[in-house]
Design a protein around this ligand. Structure first.
Ligand code: GUN
Length: 284
């Protein structure tokens, strides 16, 4: 029998703890603050941003949304980031990606001061992660590790295989799994015989962006499968990178889509924002 890893429940449990922490900070006169910047009107980005605002409101975190036109110049976006860098109400700055073509994404991410980089995308924070130093960890990889911890999956000595080498998920999740002493393999579009590499995995992380690509032939019996994919099928329904119904019976634990990794991403953003507020106020 396989177990469904309930990301919604784990996320709610963590949010209850964050709320208590925010309440305690309020007694000290501290309110964590998050600024979210959205450029243009990508429908998925709009949904994510409104979910982030809602989570802040539920937890008592101050939030402000900055909506910029699709044709906004790079300079005006950089000016906004610089003013938020200097704003003491703001502990976290998040620029929703992707950005329109006239804007250099790397330059934008490097303009956010590392102390307010709650997305963990600044090269300084990425470097700290690689070096094993404490830092802001990107929210989706952080959420994957928290899901595994809360589901009592022991990572030390296990074979972990990641499909996908993105800066946002694949690479950071590999670093985190290595820190947990897993043996890590990162696969990508040029990997030879992908199914056989994936069948080595005690823990398989799918972060490819291809609907239901991972089928039974990719799975070792008893593997834990974490599906980071969020894809929309032609009929409008959401699905992951894993063909859930095809593989579930040979897994030991598996995340659903939706309701697996997704809810954790926003919760980790809240965790990072509170952590930033604590550091800014000299609280451990
Ligand atoms: N777009 C898709 N995922 C993310 C994320 O984790 N952070 C930001 N800023 N944009 C995204």
């Amino acid at each position: 029998m396989f177990e469904i890893i309930d990301g919604k429940k784990i996320s709610n449990d963590i949010q209850s703890k964050i709320k208590l922490e925010v309440d305690q900070l309020r007694y000290k006169g501290i309110t964590p603050g998050l600024a979210v910047i959205i450029v243009g009107s990508n429908p998925a980005s709009k949904v994510y941003v409104s979910m982030k605002q809602k989570a802040c409101a539920n937890l008592g975190i101050y939030s402000e949304e900055h909506k910029l036109e699709e044709n906004t110049s790079q300079d005006s976006l950089l000016e906004l980031i610089k003013s938020l860098n200097a704003d003491p109400k703001i502990n976290g700055i998040l620029v929703q990606l992707p950005l329109p073509d006239q804007i250099n994404t790397n330059l934008v991410l490097e303009t956010i001061v590392p102390e307010k980089d709650v997305d963990g995308f600044h090269p300084y924070n990425v470097g700290k992660l690689v070096a094993g130093l404490p830092t802001f960890v990107a929210c989706t990889p952080y959420g994957v590790i928290k899901l595994l911890e809360h589901s009592k999956v022991h990572m030390a000595g296990k074979e972990a295989v990641i499909i996908g080498r993105s800066n946002i998920v694949g690479k950071p999740v590999a670093m985190l799994l290595m820190q947990e002493n897993a043996t890590v393999t990162i696969c990508h579009s040029k990997t030879k015989d992908l199914p056989s590499v994936c069948r080595r995995a005690d823990i398989l992380i799918a972060a490819i962006g291809k609907p239901k690509m991972v089928t039974k032939e990719y799975i070792k019996k008893g593997a834990v499968v974490i599906d980071v994919g969020v894809n929309r099928l032609p009929d409008g329904t959401l699905c992951g990178d894993v063909d859930f119904d095809d593989v579930k019976d040979i897994t030991s634990k598996i995340t659903p889509v939706p309701g697996g990794v997704g809810p954790m991403t926003i919760t980790m953003l809240m965790l990072n924002t509170v952590k930033s507020a604590k550091i800014a106020n000299g609280i451990k």
